[in-house]
Design a protein around this ligand. Structure first.
Ligand code: FES
Length: 246
């Protein structure tokens, strides 16, 4: 569907937030943890053909937002979107609200797949803590959004430029009885998966893989699991940590 761009704003050196207006019925269908396939080229071009998968970062009134990092030509083109973009959403499974305590573990731009759940669950009175980490302060571009909603947050950077110096996995042990949900680079997810195993924590991972179709037909997003290959776009992006092989 074509969606009107409300804003497309730079947050840090490489990170941007783009917000689009949707109808009330489209907004109502969105559940935390789902994603969208976003067309990055403008209306006048045919290239690049492929869409980019972006986590649905936030929903407020009739507006849905996505955080993205400029990592190549496609995402650079998206920074030019000013009028309309083509989006397919909501896609994938979602984060169920069946626990009382949630620990959201976000590595850099991985916050894009977790923030909506953290915000909604916190507003509903669940115990919520966000562990938000990156190499350096610039990687934590969504921090103002977390602060705006006063969601409890532990900030960790590898170079110590913001918050505690270290890795997100350094602070997980004290939250053993929370449900963990992690989204971020594969190395971080592997480390969280390992920690969850050590502490016997109930842990989910939100996977961010390359996708072509986003709707289950191209098999471009398959990952290895305990039950063979699964498609991240329709069987995920949320998986139990001990189910997937990273
Ligand atoms: S992206 Fe095509 S099957 Fe998942």
């Amino acid at each position: 569907m074509r969606a009107k761009v409300i804003e497309n704003r730079q947050l840090s050196e490489k990170d941007f937030v783009i917000s689009v207006q949707l109808s009330e019925s489209e907004i109502r269908k969105i559940k935390p943890g789902q994603f969208a396939m976003v067309q990055v080229r403008d209306e006048t071009q045919l290239d690049p053909l492929l869409r980019r998968p972006l986590g649905i970062f936030d929903v407020e009134d009739n507006v849905a937002s996505f955080i993205y990092r400029v990592v190549g030509r496609g995402t650079r083109l998206l920074t030019n979107a000013k009028n309309e973009i083509d989006v397919i959403l909501p896609l994938g499974n979602y984060i169920e609200e069946t626990a009382q305590k949630y620990l959201f573990i976000a590595g850099g731009i991985g916050i894009g797949g977790l923030f909506l759940a953290a915000k909604r669950f916190y507003q509903k009175g669940k115990e919520v803590v966000v562990v938000y980490g990156g190499r350096r302060e610039e990687d934590l571009s969504a921090l103002p959004f977390i602060e705006k909603y006063k969601i409890p947050c532990i900030v960790v950077t590898e170079d110590g430029s913001k918050g505690k110096k270290g890795l997100v996995t350094d602070v997980l042990e004290e939250f053993k009885d929370f449900r963990w949900i992690a989204c971020g680079p594969t190395g971080m997810l592997k480390a969280v998966q390992e920690k969850a195993g050590i502490h016997n924590a109930d842990c989910l991972l939100s996977l961010d893989t390359r996708m072509a179709c986003g709707v289950g037909s191209c098999l471009g997003c398959v990952i290895k699991t305990k039950e063979g290959y699964k498609r991240v776009c329709v069987d995920g992006p949320i998986f139990k940590a001990d189910f997937v092989e990273l």
